[in-house]
Design a protein around this ligand. Structure first.
Ligand code: NAD
Ligand code: UDP
Length: 323
């Protein structure tokens, strides 16, 4: 049995990771300040004897004896990370310094949940890990993009200078149950709009692309990465090899929900990347043939069922409190 700390464990991805690692027989400590996460996401785990919940902000030091750390704490949707941009960059930079310091002290292996945003608005397509990116350092997305880039730099520096056992994964757009209904990301927005019979809001003309992966495929990739041999540090892209336009996503969601919603077009936000598709050859090679198994349609059906039940019970939580 390993003792594992998951920062941001009460969020969308963190809650799935807590669940899976507990199921595999580990002791899991979920640390979160509930900025965008919610107790509701992990409440079903509270009776598990090997699950612990800690309310804490990663920008402050935290000490615990653990074998592994998954560092996920950071708001992930543009609306949430731009809400308090200074706090976002502090979370990525100071939070990462605190977690790397902890890993160094207790000799834990640590994995960073990095992002495809590292590549910015890419000029290389699909994006291999060797591509350095095309990122605006002073735009509305910079607090997130540059915070995550700095976190990768810190991971490398702690590894080279202090031999900390690190792993870095670059996560591409991931969706599934427990996404926050109000977080403004495209999958949750379109599904909630379709289920409520409201217009689906496409920003720009809908030709921009993203590569959407279902949450279970990501969690499998993250755990495989954590368990790779010492010295293999990444970064490794984890995302769906298939790319979709936002217009395609909208029409898929309208079909799958049987909604009578229409599509309306809104202004494209500044610095919105035009395309996003991972080169996943490294993940396939190093993570035991890893690849996405869940097709977009199947994953959307699961996610639609989740939002349908959330909306029918009127269960929308803000900062852990039922709204
Ligand atoms: P999320 O917003 O649901 O989860 C983030 C969690 O971190 C929340 O529970 C939040 O309360 C917590 N948190 C934020 N600031 C904190 C702080 N200062 N101290 C402690 N906890 C804090 O988002 P998510 O989609 O689950 O993303 C999780 C991680 O994965 C993030 O680091 C994100 O950057 C990364 N990621 C996600 C995606 C995606 O498509 N979902 C893509 C790339 C990277
Ligand atoms: N988007 C959209 N309508 C929405 C929300 C988002 O057209 O209601 C677009 C957004 O402009 C972007 C894409 O969908 O081009 C993905 O947005 P999201 O915020 O989910 O993720 P990110 O831009 O960080 O990849």
């Amino acid at each position: 049995m390993k003792r594992i700390l998951i920062t941001g464990g009460a969020g969308f991805l963190g809650s799935h990771l807590c669940e899976r690692l507990l199921k595999e027989g580990n002791e899991v400590i979920c640390l979160d300040n509930y900025f965008t996460g919610a107790k509701k996401n992990i409440v079903h785990l509270l009776d598990e004897p090997y699950f612990e919940l800690v309310r804490h902000d990663v920008t402050m030091p935290y000490f615990i004896e653990v074998d592994e750390i998954y560092n996920l704490a950071c708001p992930a949707s543009p609306a949430h990370y731009q809400f308090n941009s200074i706090k976002t960059i502090k979370t990525s930079v100071m939070g990462t310094i605190n977690m790397l310091g902890l890993a160094k002290r207790v000799k834990a292996r640590i994995l960073q949940a990095s992002t495809s945003e590292i590549y910015g608005d890419p000029e290389v397509h699909p994006q291999p890990e060797g591509y350095w990116g095309h990122v605006n350092p002073i735009g509305p997305r910079s607090c997130y993009d540059e915070g995550k880039r700095c976190a990768e730099t810190l991971f490398m520096d702690y590894h080279m200078q202090n031999a900390v056992d690190i792993k870095i994964v670059r996560i591409f757009n991931t969706y599934g149950p427990r996404m926050h209904p109000n977080d403004g990301r495209v999958v949750s927005n379109f599904i909630v709009q379709a289920l409520k019979g409201e217009d689906l809001t496409i920003y720009g003309d809908g030709t921009q692309t993203r590569s959407f992966q279902y949450v279970t495929d990501l969690i499998e990739g993250m755990i495989r990465m954590m368990n790779t041999r010492r010295g293999f540090i990444g970064p490794v892209n984890i995302g769906n090899q298939n790319e979709f336009t936002i217009a395609e996503l909208a029409s898929n969601i309208i079909d799958l929900t049987g909604s009578s919603s229409r599509i309306v077009y809104r202004r494209l936000p500044k610095d919105d990347p035009k395309m996003r598709q991972p080169d996943t050859s490294l993940a396939q090679k190093e993570l035991g043939g890893w690849g996405c198994k869940v097709q977009l349609k199947e994953g959307l059906q699961q996610t639609i069922a989740y939002f349908d039940s959330v909306l029918s019970r009127n269960e929308i939580f803000i900062n852990g409190i039922k709204a």
